[in-house]
Design a protein around this ligand. Structure first.
Ligand code: HAM
Length: 438
């Protein structure tokens, strides 16, 4: 039997309804903040991710799925490297949404000089070649937003407030959510801070793991995220980002916190929060569900240099993304089924006969025109078997059409729970059904 690729999932039934609900809630909430939906291609040129996310990140170095067209594959395999390919022939599956949206914004000139900001949201599959485990997939789904052209710290706060409201509307209790924030500085102050952290790691080289020593060379701030307990202990004494901010970044961070305080949004400052993507500047944030053990359910931050890295004019930006699969896992632990119940339907049953079948056919069409989810028999079942099927499908009502009903111009409407039956004029069926279901 053919099997799905490890670390991927099929979305159907309640799981699919949950994914759709995440999008419905996003459309309504993000829409009220002025965000419009965007979809970018699942494949981009590798450079879009390398420039945006950063060459030294794990996402780019270890996790990106490369894409080759069939015609190229033998050639690539033979040479064992893609190095000889022209830049335009190097493609990858998107590991996250931000770089692609920013690429699209630059290419389509979404934020011309002096224009209103672009506010975009997306709901898309992402691909990362990580080791599959609970809450960590190779194809997973994110809902995210990107806000381009806003430098005001109020935008950072609004993004965070909207994110927390989103989680609450999905069904999380606010007390179960832990929001952590930090500021990572900008092009003016981060290089010096990064050098300080590198020097600190090298000063403690004998106590640190091999990975951290490598990180010291290419991306020292990642050492804060080392899984090794000993490295974490050592890094507890490392210089911290908020103590190394330039005046502008410090003022920006203070203002973000003031806005959050004014909105009554509680947060924890984590001066070691560094995030795994290189494009961040200033504000970064992450949300976890206390005790859920699924890792962060969402995260984001400001990326004031990214538009330029993708070839555009200097344009500030910020955003976040949340992970659908982790949200489902964490909500399930709180007893919330995001997919909810299967939508109920009306079942149209009829006694055998050409006339009754034709009337049932028309009744189905009329009910569906009225927006009622309607099912019927398509396998020539007996009336008794049709009732059974109606039960299996969870039908709330059954519309029964026999030759007596046909002659009298009525339909028998049966309540599938109480088994009560009433006869209603055929012409009024849709109206009566809609009223009963409301
Ligand atoms: P991220 O933190 O890499 O940020 O991912 C956001 C969320 O996606 C995570 O908090 C997690 O819930 C989910 N996620 C990440 N990797 C996996 C995985 N392998 N399996 C399941 N879920 C996963 C970003 O992607 C940024 N683009 C967010 C952003 C938008 N920053 C600014 N704008």
């Amino acid at each position: 039997m053919a099997q799905k690729v490890q670390g991927t999932e099929d979305l159907f039934g309640g799981y699919m309804r949950a994914w759709q609900r995440m999008q419905d809630v996003a459309r309504e909430l993000f829409g009220s903040y002025g965000f419009d939906m965007i979809e970018t291609p699942a494949i981009e040129q590798v450079d879009t991710f390398v420039h945006g996310i950063g060459e030294s990140t794990d996402v780019v170095r270890k996790e990106m799925f490369r894409v080759f067209s069939g015609a190229l594959l033998p050639d690539v395999l033979e040479r064992g490297s893609e190095g000889h390919l022209k830049p335009r022939q190097r493609m990858a599956m998107r590991p996250e949404g931000t770089a692609g949206v920013v690429r699209a914004a630059v290419e389509n000139n979404f934020v011309p000089q002096g224009a209103a900001p672009a506010k975009l949201w997306y709901a898309e599959a992402m691909f990362r070649g990580e080791r599959p485990q609970k809450g960590r997939l190779r194809q997973f789904h994110q809902v995210g937003v990107e806000w381009l052209g806003a430098s005001d710290p109020a935008a950072d706060a609004e993004c965070i407030i909207m994110l927390m409201e989103y989680f609450c509307r999905l069904g999380f209790s606010r007390e179960s959510l832990r929001l952590t924030i930090n500021s990572m500085g900008d092009a003016a102050c981060r290089p010096a801070y990064r050098d300080k952290v590198r020097a600190f790691i090298l000063d403690h080289a004998e106590e640190m793991c091999e990975d951290c020593l490598e990180r010291a060379q290419i991306n020292p701030l990642r050492a804060f995220d080392c899984k090794n307990d000993h490295c974490r202990e050592v890094m507890a004494d490392a210089p911290l980002a908020p103590d190394n901010l330039c005046d502008e970044c410090a003022a920006h961070y203070a203002a973000v916190k003031r806005y959050l305080d004014a909105a009554g949004v509680s947060y924890v400052e984590d001066p070691t929060l560094v995030r795994g993507l290189d494009y961040y500047t200033r504000t970064v944030f992450e949300v976890e569900v206390v005790g859920a053990g699924v890792g962060a359910i969402g995260g984001g931050g400001r990326y004031d240099g990214l538009v330029e890295l993708e070839g555009g004019k200097p344009t500030p930006g910020l955003g976040f993304a949340v992970g659908f699969e982790r949200i489902c896992l964490a909500l399930a632990e709180q007893g919330v089924d995001l997919g909810g119940e299967e939508p109920s339907c009306v079942y149209v049953a009829c006694t055998p006969g050409e006339d009754t079948r034709a009337a049932a056919f028309e009744t189905c069409l009329a009910l569906r025109s009225a927006g009622v989810r309607t099912e019927a028999d398509y396998q020539g079942r007996s009336l008794k078997a049709q009732f059974k099927q109606a039960d299996k499908l969870g039908a709330r009502l059954c519309a029964i059409i026999g030759s007596d009903e046909l002659a009298a111009g009525v339909v028998t409407l049966r309540d599938m729970v109480s088994h009560e039956q009433v006869q209603v004029p055929a012409a009024e069926l849709a109206e009566r059904v809609t009223a009963r279901l409301a």
